[in-house]
Design a protein around this ligand. Structure first.
Ligand code: FEO
Length: 146
């Protein structure tokens, strides 16, 4: 069984992941409006991936006989001043998510909840990849602006 505190924290992370999906969908919509379909497709793929992250927590909470409770998803930003600004916002957001995952891992370790820690290790690794991917695009766009 999950502790009440862990269950609440994991439900909070479902909301973070769904917001991530919504944010990337908003970026995809903005890139489409700017006639940049390649960037829009990249963001759509990210949005689907974030939805998958949310569903992985959803499945896990149920497997541990917890209760999934969905909360309102906040409205994402609608436009950015340049493609670089959008990708920088994405990088900042991923750094925020890494912080959330680290907080969850700290809680799991404090509670000696090894099963949750094992699940979270997947997200720790995933965040390394997510930050590296978007950072590489930010660096390329910065280079292109020189
Ligand atoms: Fe689910 Fe991009 O973090």
């Amino acid at each position: 069984m999950l502790s009440d505190k862990m269950e609440k924290a994991l439900n909070g992370q479902i909301n973070e992941e769904l917001y991530s999906s919504y944010l990337y969908l908003a970026m995809a919509a903005w890139f489409e409006s700017e006639n940049l379909p390649g960037c829009a497709a990249w963001m759509q793929a990210q949005a689907r991936e974030e939805n998958g992250h949310a569903l992985k927590f959803f499945k896990y909470i149920n497997e541990r006989r917890g209760r999934v409770t969905l909360q309102a998803i906040k409205e994402p930003t609608k436009e950015w001043k340049s493609p670089l600004a959008a990708f920088e916002a994405s990088l900042n957001h991923e750094q925020h998510i890494t912080g959330c995952i680290n907080d969850l891992m700290n809680l799991a370790l404090a509670e000696k909840d090894h099963a949750t820690a094992a699940l979270l290790q997947w997200y720790v690794n995933e965040q390394v990849e997510e930050e590296a991917n978007v950072d590489s695009i930010v660096q390329k766009l910065k280079m292109a602006e020189k």
